[in-house]
Design a protein around this ligand. Structure first.
Ligand code: ATP
Ligand code: MG
Length: 421
């Protein structure tokens, strides 16, 4: 099955908006066995959109477009495509009612221009948009005028991610599974590791998985800051069995490095582990500036685990709020094992938590020395067992430094919990 994606939007070409639809849609589709074979982004001009869509339809069974379904003058996808397919636009009373109701519920005046969104090309299926006014559209092309002798589907989705994503999950995936089911069973699992590099992951698992590759296993690695994803998929008879065997091998070979057998983030794993144990956590952050707290509070249920976090950036704040001693700061500097220890212990005592994590480091670009170069970070973990401190070296840009450091802090506690403390 050939699937192509056309992302429209001048802002994409100007570098003003990151094309997250490309990644998100390709990922959703691929994980369900529908692999996108080509993707283009084009500006909001009629000629560019028409050329991209007709070229895609000349090759593909399914073409998905994103953007340009709104009410403003640069939103021209609907009219253009209806025109090129020779389809009349008709007002749809249900969509019209939805748009009116959308504005009423928000107590907002409805601009007249909004109603163009209720215009539906003849024969198109309406994909409901509970989060906005522009519905998505799915048009079956039977025959496909751009690909003689073939049928096809053209699916048009709105630009805003918070509208596109639920619409895709709730309407497009079920539609595809129904009208264009994939030929054989498709099974896909992603396992996530941390604390180990991509090459080391490959070294451990590639050989043991060799035989399964011959049976049809698809294997992929994806490295990101502080994390490696191993993707195991199969689309053949016995796919389930092949993938399950591969999962068992990766599980065994990666052991404690593996923190999730799904798309979960490490903070999800940590919140689950702590919730199961009915235990709590406090944070004392310096160089991560609250990023660890931010990530934890993204997890539903974090409130039963995280008691609080202090961002103590200056020496004074470390002394005042965490009880770090001035002698310790003078003798060892703010970025030191001793200060990380006192920060963790101070946070644990202040918040009466089971555990406390602390981080103090040099994000750079300045502030490094021979003994403590930029990228040096100390991560402390206090608990009933006392306090341990890990020294790491993360010589990256400031944002990546925070991401990797947070990952390491989560992992320090995760491993300690798994070790059965
Ligand atoms: P609207 O009713 O908001 O005008 P629309 O369907 O016409 O929706 P666009 O105008 O193309 O869609 O895009 C609306 C917003 O959605 C953009 O400003 C942008 O923030 C976001 N967006 C559009 N395309 C993408 C994309 N490919 N990746 C990420 N975000 C996008
Ligand atoms: Mg728009």
């Amino acid at each position: 099955m050939i699937i192509e994606l056309v992302n429209t939007g001048t802002e994409l070409m100007l570098g003003r908006v990151l094309n997250t639809h490309q990644q998100w849609l390709c990922r959703q589709l691929a994980d369900s066995g529908y692999v996108v074979s080509r993707q283009v982004a084009v500006p909001d001009t009629g000629s560019a959109i028409l050329a991209a869509v007709s070229e895609a339809l000349a090759r593909a069974d399914i073409v998905i477009t994103t953007g340009g379904l709104g009410p403003t003058s640069d939103d021209i996808t609907r009219e253009l495509i209806a025109g090129s397919l020779g389809k009349e636009l008709r007002e749809d009373p249900d969509v019209m009612a939805h748009i009116r109701q959308f504005f009423e519920a928000r107590n907002r005046r409805m601009p007249k221009s909004t109603l163009v969104q209720a215009l539906i090309p003849d024969g198109a299926l309406v994909l409901k948009n509970p989060h906005g006014t522009a519905p998505g559209l799915a048009i079956e092309l039977r025959p496909n005028p751009f690909r003689p002798g073939n049928a096809g589907w053209l699916i048009m989705l709105p630009g805003p991610p918070r509208e596109l994503r639920p619409m895709f999950t709730d309407s497009v995936m079920p539609l595809l599974r129904c009208v264009l089911p994939i030929a054989s069973a498709f099974v896909c699992r992603t396992l996530r590791a941390t604390g180990i590099g991509e090459s080391s992951v490959e070294e451990r698992v590639a050989k043991p998985l060799q035989e399964l590759l011959q049976d049809g296993l698809q294997l992929g690695y994806c490295a990101r800051p502080g994390q490696v994803d191993v993707r195991l998929a199969a689309q053949t008879s016995g796919a389930e069995k092949i993938v399950n065997r591969a999962v068992a091998i990766v599980r065994e070979k990666l052991g404690v490095y593996l923190y999730a057998e799904s798309d979960a983030e490490i903070e999800d794993t940590l919140v689950s582990l702590l919730s199961e144990r009915n235990e709590t956590l406090a944070l004392a952050e310096s160089c991560t500036g609250g990023y660890i707290a931010h990530r934890l509070t993204n997890v539903p249920g974090a409130s039963s685990v995280l008691l609080g976090g202090l961002v103590t950036y200056s020496n004074r704040a470390k002394e005042k709020f965490l009880g770090v001693r001035s002698e310790t700061l003078d003798a060892h500097g703010a970025v030191s094992e001793s200060v990380a220890r006192e920060m963790a212990q101070g946070a644990r005592e202040a918040m009466l938590s089971n555990y406390a994590l602390s981080v103090t480091g040099i994000a750079g670009p300045s502030g490094g020395s021979d003994l403590k170069p930029v990228g040096t970070v100390f991560i402390g973990l206090a608990g009933h067992f006392g306090c341990i401190v890990e020294r790491n070296f993360n010589p990256f840009d400031r944002k990546t430094f925070k991401e990797v450091t947070a990952q390491q802090a989560f992992d320090l506690l995760r491993r300690k919990l798994l070790a059965g403390i």
